[in-house]
Design a protein around this ligand. Sequence first.
Ligand code: 9D3
Length: 231
Amino acid sequence: MRIDILTLFPDMFASPFDFSILKRAQTNGLVEIVLSNIRDFTQDSYRKVDDKPYGGGSGMVMLCKPMFDCLESVQKQDARKGRLIVLTPQGKKFDQQMAKEFAAEERLIFIAGRYEGLDERIIIGSGAEQVSIGDYVLTGGELAAMVIVDAVVRLLPGALGDDESSADESFSDGLLEYPQYTRPEVFRDMKVPDVLLSGNHAEIEKWRRQQAIERTKKNRPDLLNKLKNED
Ligand code: 9D3
C-alpha cells in the first residue's frame, strides 16, 4: 500500500511513523508513506498558502492553488488511484469499520488542513471524502492523519508479529476487553482474581465475558445498545 500525506508540517510525522509496528511495516515493504509539503507548491516569494475568508470572519482559509498543484503532483507519481481523504472536523467519524475498508485499498491520499479550514472548492473539485476522528478540536489534520495511518497499517497482512494479536477482541464482538493480569500474583496488596489461577477454562471464559459486559455498561453504554439493536 502507498500512503500519501499532504501537509504544511511534514516534520510532525517523523517520530510516530518511526517506531515499532509502523516502522517495521515500512522496512518490510508493506507500506510506503510519502509526505508532501503543500508549501513547496507555492509560486510567490512569500510562499503563501492561506488567505482571509470571503464574507469575513476570523482565521484564515487554505488556498486552492498550492493544494491542487501538490495533489496533482502526488497523483502523477503513482498509477494507483486509491481513496482521497480530507481530514476535517466536519467529516464522517472514523471507526474500526472504516479502518478495515481503508486497509483493503492499494493507495490512500490524505490531505491535512490547518487554520480555520480549506477553501470548499478543494473538497468539491478533488472529490475527496471528509473524515474526522471525533468530537474534539485539534489544531490541524496532522494528528488525525497519524491516528488513521496507525489504525490502518496494523491491519495490513503481515504487519503484526506473533506476539501482537490482531483478534481485536474489543471491537469485534462489540464489547470492551476483559481485565488482564500477569505476574506477580500479588502487587501492592492487589491480588490476581482467583478464577484466573484456577485452571478452570469454562469458569475463566464466563468471568471474562461478565467483566467485559460490566465494563462496557459502565464506560460505553452506547456499545451495548448497538449490540442489542443488531438482532
Ligand atoms: C470554531 C470552528 N472550528 C471547527 C470546529 C474551526 C476549526 C477547528 C479546528 C477548524 C479546523 C480545526 C483543525 N482540526 C482538524 O483539522 C481536524 C480534526 C479535529 O479538529 N477534530 C477531529 N478530527 C479532525 S480531522 C481534522
